[in-house]
Design a protein around this ligand. Structure first.
Ligand code: URA
Length: 231
């Protein structure tokens, strides 16, 4: 049970102070009945705002089909992935962040959450959650890259530890998929560039058991996901 003003501010709808006004205007109800005071304690799962349940009372877990051209950052100039989300999600007291990042010019499956432990669990180097990328290149992909990337001995320029074994599948002379079990800076682009096949189109299609194709999302659309999928 939580005070109504605390619920509305915790989940990003308005400040505690504004909550009294929202209540006065009849915007806040429990079982269809307008609540009388913003200081009353209720179950957050039963509270409705403008006729809609308070969203994600057990944590916000979202899969977004990231469009090209937006950045996974709270700070940078230009369009941000966060601009695609409702403002009250961003106002939640935990904030919202991406689980790892995709480059500005990479599209596809991106997870967002207000649960720091979930971010940590999925991005921890110990977890090795597989991520699948589909790509096109501007030059043919050499067949030897399959064994090289799988070897666990492939070194990226400027790094001191080899990449974990990665599964490359060449689906056309200039196209393929790469499954990574880690997330280094610009990893797919750097790996392909190192074998003479610069990436020109890049999309992430899966993270662990979650596949973008199963979610049916147009670029810029999102869906709620069950975090237990990754436990
Ligand atoms: N590898 C890249 O090069 N870019 C991404 O966005 C993700 C993986």
């Amino acid at each position: 049970m939580m005070r109504i003003d605390a619920i509305l501010s915790r989940f990003g709808y308005c400040s505690r102070r504004e909550a009294a006004l929202w209540v006065k205007r009849g915007r806040v109800t429990v079982q269809g009945v307008p609540v009388k005071s913003a200081t009353v304690k209720v179950n957050p799962a039963e509270l409705m705002v403008d006729g809609e349940p308070v969203e994600f009372v057990n944590g916000l877990y979202i899969a977004l089909n990231k469009p090209l051209g937006c950045t996974c950052s709270h700070k940078e100039q230009g369009e941000l992935v966060y601009d695609l989300l409702p403002q009250h999600w961003l106002n939640r007291s935990g904030g919202v962040s991406t689980v790892g990042r995709l480059d500005k010019e990479t599209s596809g499956l991106l997870l967002l959450t207000d649960d720091g432990a979930f971010v940590h669990a999925l991005t921890s180097p110990k977890r090795h959650v597989p991520k699948v990328y589909e790509f096109e290149t501007s030059a043919p992909i050499p067949a030897e890259a399959v064994a090289l990337f799988a070897s666990g001995e492939f070194m990226l320029q400027g790094e001191t530890t080899p990449c974990l074994p990665a599964q490359l599948s060449i689906t056309a002379p200039c196209a393929g998929t790469l499954t990574l079990h880690e997330g280094r800076y610009h990893q797919v682009r750097r790996m392909l560039a190192a074998v003479g096949a610069p990436v020109v189109v890049l999309t992430r299609t899966a993270i662990g058991p979650l596949r973008l194709a199963d979610l049916n999302l147009a670029p810029g659309e999102w869906a709620e996901i069950d975090p237990a999928l990754f436990s």
